[in-house]
Design a protein around this ligand. Structure first.
Ligand code: C2E
Ligand code: CA
Ligand code: CA
Length: 734
């Protein structure tokens, strides 16, 4: 910037000399310079030549300036001192130093001007001239000042925003950030002060929760995009990050990230959510919340196998309270009832008010016994005397119980089951508890009728046993039979065991019925054995039956009376035997196994299977559940369960029987998966004894022969495969 550009101070004669025809060469040289300049004669220190820019700057014309004392033109103390110093240097024969610094002088208009001037003696100690050049830096200085102001303003704005701001260059290096940023990210003071540098990014990475850290790095690679995302810090803060390119003259030069603290807002959302999940009257969680918790417990159960119980507690005849005491009292009773129930819970258990006079309890790590104990506590707590305005009154409740996974594997299912059970409890007279009944049986009256019909049928000899062949997957031979109950009732027609067995289990009739089955099956197995058909017969045994103290003796006596080798009797049990008093059940199983009978776990893969428990059971076989086999070979989940079951069983020294094999594809799959035996409609349904024998003779004409002696003593060891193959005499044993 030159002073010639400032017409404000334009003097009279300067531009007239533009042609320069009559000027000395040194003056022409000065005119060629863009800045104000003049030449000073030494040692006299008088101006000898001056250019137009200088005239303009100094506000005087050339004639006035020529011959003027040099120190008068810019008479700051520094200039005066320099000219004095120049004189002494020349007088002493020293080389004078140049002057080169900034100064401020009032201009012709009175405004202060920032000048930079350079005074340079031309030549060393014998210099005869000195050149003075002056640059007016006022405009640049003003621009600089404006910029500084703007920057300060910007900084103040940035500091004033509630957002943390971070600026990074294209190289990913941090160029700056505001205090809020340092606060949000809890930058340590040394980092916050250092400002620039990559350490800040490293700190940020460390402050992020795991997955977000990788994210942040990945994003830096997309400078052209504006992105918004939520990130979680280890400190617990949740930030919204808006990242956008920083542009300068249309070019991306870096990124600006702003971080907004969402934590409070999310907390507020949570509070609203909490209100939506709680019951206004009692302050307890509501049905929606309970459903979510049950859903969560179901998921946990799938991973960890943690069984739990869902209880529905329904106050008995609560309407009566509302009607006689009024709604206000009714509300108080509801609150108090909730409180009484809640106090009986263990830590980790949950309670919710799920309806008008209904509560739900989620009991973690609870089996049937624990659920029953909790339900009894609830019944007692609610039944304790009540008072309203000094008047005593009584209130009772009913409890319905559903167990997970035994009774269901989804929140809806469990809630529905527990509710149906509580209705049954009410039907049965209130102030009691009731477990969900697995199959049908929701209608108490129909159940009682069926129970009655069963008792009559047993007395009248209308039950029969059919036998379903069990077939070796290795060679297609029949290697066993499962005894299955059949009942044709004159009034009800053919009734499926899936319908009557659960009822018999509920009413306890299954003890008598099961005993009949056991006797019948042992009798049949012994007959077959005597006729040369050495075939183990499997009998289904209910949990309740197994729990009878005399069961073990009954088995022993039957074997002895019929002279049946124990290895020819197999007892099929389900995991429900472990629901009540696991230790006692285990002791019973070991005692049974020690008699030499074989034990199989039925319906494996259908429900809960704790591997830990499985290891303790003296089992010979696992029966892969029909439901799993049904999905084969296409259902990936079932295929996985099937393969895992086989591996698990083999690792524990057990065989696997695949149940319900209906197609060739299923048979092939279970064979390839390593199952030893299958049963199912593909080979045959359960057949009456005559048909069973006939069929066996047809398909295996040469096997009705005394077996090899080795098969009589079946060891309870891991060589299950060899064992069952040995039960089938070789073709030439005839
Ligand atoms: P379970 O012990 O799992 O018996 C197998 C069931 O699957 C039998 O039904 C059988 O007929 C059926 N089944 C066999 N192969 C196939 C097939 O390929 N496809 C299909 N869809 N089904 C097949 P069933 O006889 O109706 O018995 C049902 C359940 O009743 C039995 O299931 C068992 O839990 C119970 N049960 C039967 N008899 C007795 C018994 O004497 N005592 C006890 N406690 N329970 C019994
Ligand atoms: Ca069975
Ligand atoms: Ca089964």
């Amino acid at each position: 910037m030159t002073t010639a550009a400032m017409p404000l101070h334009a003097p009279g004669d300067a531009p007239a000399a533009a042609d320069g025809a009559d000027r000395p060469p040194e003056e022409l040289l000065l005119h060629a310079l863009p800045d104000a300049a003049w030449l000073v004669e030494l040692p006299a220190r008088r101006v000898c030549a001056v250019n137009a820019a200088a005239c303009a700057l100094l506000g005087r014309n050339a004639a006035e300036l020529r011959g003027a004392p040099a120190e008068r033109l810019l008479a700051t103390p520094e200039d005066l001192a320099w000219w004095g110093e120049l004189r002494s240097a020349l007088a002493a024969g020293r080389t004078p130093l140049p002057l080169d610094s900034d100064t401020v002088l009032p201009g012709a208009d009175g405004r202060l001007r920032h000048l930079r001037r350079v005074a340079r003696p031309l030549g060393g100690a014998t210099a005869t001239h000195c050149l003075v050049a002056v640059q007016d830096a006022s405009a640049a200085k003003e621009a600089q000042a404006r910029l500084a102001e703007a920057l300060a303003e910007l900084r103040a704005t940035l500091e004033a925003t509630a957002d943390g701001i971070l600026v990074t260059g294209l190289d990913g290096q941090v160029r700056g950030f505001n205090r809020r940023f340092a606060e949000l990210w809890a930058l340590p003071p040394e980092l916050a002060e250092a400002g620039r540098g990559a350490d800040v990014l490293a700190w940020m990475r460390g402050a992020l929760c795991g997955a977000d850290a990788r994210h942040l790095l990945a994003r830096a690679a997309e400078p052209a995009l504006r992105t918004t995302e939520r990130i979680a810090l280890r400190s617990g803060l949740v930030l919204e990050r808006v990242s956008q390119p920083q542009l300068s003259a249309g070019r991306t030069i870096g990124r600006v990230d702003s971080f907004r603290d969402l934590t409070e807002r999310l907390r507020a959302d949570d509070r609203i959510d909490a209100l939506a999940r709680s019951d206004a009257l009692t302050g307890l969680p509501n049905r929606r919340q309970m459903a979510a918790q049950v859903e969560h417990a179901v998921r946990t159960m799938r991973h960890s196998g943690d069984a739990f119980a869902l209880l529905i507690v329904d106050l008995d005849r609560f309407r009566r309270i509302n009607d006689t005491l009024g709604y206000e009292h009714g509300d108080r009773v509801l609150r108090d009832a909730g409180e009484r129930i809640r106090r009986g819970l263990r830590q980790g258990d949950e309670i919710a008010r799920t309806g008008g006079d209904q509560f739900a309890l989620l009991l973690r790590h609870a089996d049937a016994a624990a659920a029953e104990a909790a339900a009894t506590r609830v019944l007692d707590a609610v039944a304790r005397p009540w008072q309203a305005d000094g008047e005593p009154f009584t209130l009772t409740c009913s409890v319905g119980i559903a167990l997970c996974p035994a009774h269901g594997r989804s929140a809806d299912e469990l809630l529905a089951h527990a509710e149906a059970a509580v209705r049954l409890a009410k039907l049965a007279g209130s102030n009691g508890l009731r477990f969900h009944q697995q199959h049908g049986g929701t209608d108490l009256r129909a159940q009682l009728q069926l129970d009655h019909a069963m008792r009559q049928a047993l007395a009248a000899g209308r039950f029969r046993l059919h036998y379903q062949p069990q077939v070796s997957l290795a060679d297609g031979r029949v290697v066993g039979a499962e005894a299955l109950l059949r009942w044709r009732d004159p009034a009800l027609g053919e009734v499926s065991p899936s319908r009557f067995i659960p009822v018999a289990e509920d009413t306890g009739f299954v003890i008598a019925l099961g005993d009949w089955v056991l006797g019948r099956a042992v009798h049949q197995a012994a007959r077959w054995q005597r006729s040369g058909l050495e075939l183990p017969v499997a009998v289904n045994v209910s949990a309740l039956q197994l729990r009878q103290p005399q069961f073990l003796d009954r088995v022993r006596n039957l074997l002895r009376d019929h002279e049946l080798p124990p290895a020819l009797l197999e007892l099929e049990l389900t995991e429900s035997i472990l629901l009540h008093d696991t230790d006692q059940a285990l002791a019973r199983l070991h005692a049974l196994a020690s008699t030499g009978v074989r034990l199989a776990l039925d319906d494996f893969g259908a429900g809960y299977s704790g591997i830990g428990t499985l290891k303790q059971l003296p089992l010979h076989r696992l029966k892969l559940d029909r439901g799993v086999v049904q999905g084969l070979p296409d259902d990936a989940r079932d295929a996985g369960i099937a393969r895992a079951t086989v591996q698990l069983a083999h690792a524990l020294g057990m065989e696997v029987v695949a149940e319900g094999v209906e197609t060739e594809a299923q048979r092939r799959f279970v064979a390839e998966a390593g199952c030893e035996v299958f049963q199912g409609f593909l080979h045959a349904p359960a057949l009456d004894p005559m048909s069973f024998e006939r069929r066996l003779r047809e398909s295996q004409p040469r096997r009705a022969r005394p077996p090899a002696p080795s098969s009589r003593h079946v060891a309870a060891d891991a060589t299950a495969r060899a064992r069952h193959l040995a039960l089938v005499p070789p073709p030439d044993a005839r």
